[in-house]
Design a protein around this ligand. Structure first.
Ligand SMILES: [Mn+2]
Length: 364
């Protein structure tokens, strides 16, 4: 898809009904008297963020990239989310001042014509170049103290978004970030442990330095300033982990809460434990893969796995992370509107709901 200019489009986008699981119809602008209902009132969050200078400054990057896996269509997600009214809701309901260049980036200017496999990785140069650009885009927002929302795209784009946040936060606050990775998968394969060679299964390996590469055109640009600490990484929702990944998680003592833990303790306790592991004095980047949700709620995604989070559990995680006041960046990835006819709009609505919750929307 060519980079689409959306700026002029956004103000005219009709406002859809709110997509939360408890969604009630929006008040229709009729001249009839309205019954005031505090239950559906959305208002701007009042929580003062711990690691951002302002509550309401939001940078948005729309990433139309699908080369981290083999199914087309995930590059259309940012446009679908925006057309569903996501940015309007953030602006009007949550009162964010949005910095957005109005484009879904396809990064065609940096994608090479030839991109042979390297160390078993598929599309390595394209994925590297896109993420290098994205890293800089996210860095620009984050270094100005904005909350950064990155709309993917497949999950390989977290290499760019998280590396940008990590670098900016080191410079701005002298701190390492923590990452909460909500996903059915651990996405921590190295090129050598991956069966598929798809880079959307490897972003955490590159971000933590468990996978490294010298070639600048194949992720060699990732330096220490871009990396994250395995001790400040927490997973929630895992249920489909490759054998090699299990070993990586164990060997590195990485904190992970699987669906088994959620069944045993309930989502409330699991989120408390995850946030307790991170502590209250660390800025958090939340990377949310829509495939963490059960396909019942989010069927339109590239690698669905049954037995996942309910829509409310997904929203709840986002709400709780928002409540900490420590959240500084969010990715929403792997929404693929082209995979399902019926399920696409439901998946998009689920994605919008997760983003609103993470940005401070509350039920009451
Ligand atoms: Mn993922």
């Amino acid at each position: 898809m060519a980079a689409a200019v959306l700026q002029s489009l956004i103000p005219h986008t009709p406002k859809p009904a709110k997509a939360a699981s408890n969604a009630l119809p929006r008040p229709v602008p009729l001249s009839l008297p309205r019954i005031p209902s505090p239950v559906i009132m959305t208002h701007a969050p009042t929580l003062q963020p711990k690691f951002l200078p302002h509550r309401d400054e939001l940078g948005v990057v729309a990433v139309g990239y699908s080369g981290g896996q083999r199914k087309s269509g995930v590059d259309a997600a940012p446009m679908a989310l925006i057309e569903a009214g996501l940015l309007d809701q953030l602006k009007d309901d949550l009162e964010f001042n949005i910095s957005f260049d109005g484009q879904v980036h396809n990064y065609s200017h940096v994608i090479p014509k030839q991109d042979a496999d390297h160390r078993n990785m598929k599309s390595p140069r394209s994925s590297s170049a896109v993420n290098k650009e994205l890293s800089q885009q996210v860095y620009e927002h984050a270094s100005k103290g904005r909350f950064v929302l990155t709309l993917g795209g497949d999950h390989s784009i977290a290499i760019g978004s998280i590396s940008g946040t990590a670098k900016a936060t080191r410079e701005r606050l002298g701190r390492e970030i923590a990452v909460i990775w909500v996903d059915a998968h651990a996405d921590i394969n190295t090129p050598e442990t991956s069966d598929s060679g798809n880079i959307h299964g490897m972003p955490v390996a590159f971000l933590t330095g468990l996978a490294k590469e010298d070639r600048d055109d194949i992720f060699g640009w990732i330096q220490d300033e871009h990396r994250i600490n395995t001790k400040k990484l927490v997973y929630i929702g895992l249920r489909d982990i490759d054998k090699g990944e299990k070993k990586i998680l164990r060997d590195n003592g990485i904190k992970a809460f699987s669906m088994h833990d959620i069944d045993r303790y309930g989502i409330g306790k699991v989120v408390d434990m995850a946030l307790g592991w991170i502590g209250s004095d660390t800025p958090i980047h939340l990377s949310f893969d829509i495939d963490s949700l059960d396909p019942q709620w989010a069927p339109s995604t590239g690698t669905p796995v049954r037995g996942g989070l309910t829509l409310r559990e997904g929203d709840f995680i986002a709400e709780c992370v928002a409540e900490t006041g420590s959240l500084i960046a969010l990715d929403l990835v792997e929404v693929n509107p082209s995979l399902e006819v019926q399920g696409a709009s439901e998946t998009i609505r689920a994605g919008c709901s997760i983003v609103r919750c993470a940005l401070g929307d509350t039920l009451l």
